[in-house]
Write a protein that binds this ligand. Structure first.
Ligand code: MN
Length: 204
């Protein structure tokens, strides 16, 4: 049995693919520098854990916190890249199963969009807005994740996320987060959201 390290996933499109909503420069620095930093942070912890067998000690509480932060960042970015795509084929109204859930729990896409936008806009400091599904209740929820890990709910699987850390939009939108959030709706990959939803619902 062999362990592996965390690896930076390749973007599913080229750096220009999300223009004009997210510039190539913004996307490249976000993926190559910021996402990479969480991968590196998580792998540095793995090194510490591996060294325990040769007697190295570390601060267990601090390591647990760092692990949650870095792995949260690593996973959320991966989900984020995949739930976007070029505006020519994405964005607009949701379709398929996720559209059925949105109608059931929110009544309309407009209400969902408004609430998700509010969650993203009001995240204090750095964080994420996330659309999740709870199988205990067969409901969808909008979560507001602070940093990469605070307010995440274990049994609520993430279907769609939006990164509202300043590093996600500052080059393109400066401090105007609402403009970035409004732009996001043009590049949401609803097919991917439906793929995640169907896969999650298929698990017993
Ligand atoms: Mn980010």
């Amino acid at each position: 049995m062999e362990s592996k390290q965390y690896e930076l996933p390749a973007l599913p499109y080229d750096f220009k693919a999300l223009e004009p909503y997210i510039s190539a420069e913004q996307l490249q620095i976000h993926h190559d520098k910021h996402h990479q930093a969480y991968v590196d942070g998580a792998n540095a912890l793995l090194k510490k854990f591996d060294a325990r067998k040769s007697g190295e000690e570390f601060d267990v509480k601090a390591a647990a916190k760092e692990l949650s932060f870095n792995v949260g960042g690593y996973i959320l970015h991966d989900l984020f890249w995949e739930n976007m795509g070029p505006a020519t084929e994405n964005g607009g109204e949701p379709k398929g199963k996720i559209a059925e859930y949105i109608m059931k729990d929110f009544g309309s896409f407009e209400k969902f969009k408004k609430e998700f936008t509010q969650a993203a806009a009001s995240t204090e400091g750095s964080g994420w807005a996330a659309l999740t599904v709870c199988k205990n209740t067969n409901r969808i929820f909008i979560n507001q994740i602070e940093k990469h890990n605070v307010n995440a709910i274990p049994n609520q699987r993430i279907m769609l996320v939006l990164d509202v850390w300043e590093h996600a939009y500052y080059l393109d939108y400066k401090n105007v987060r609402p403009e970035y959030i409004a732009a996001f709706w043009n590049i949401v990959n609803w097919d991917k959201v439906n793929e995640r939803l169907e896969a999650w619902l298929a698990i017993e």
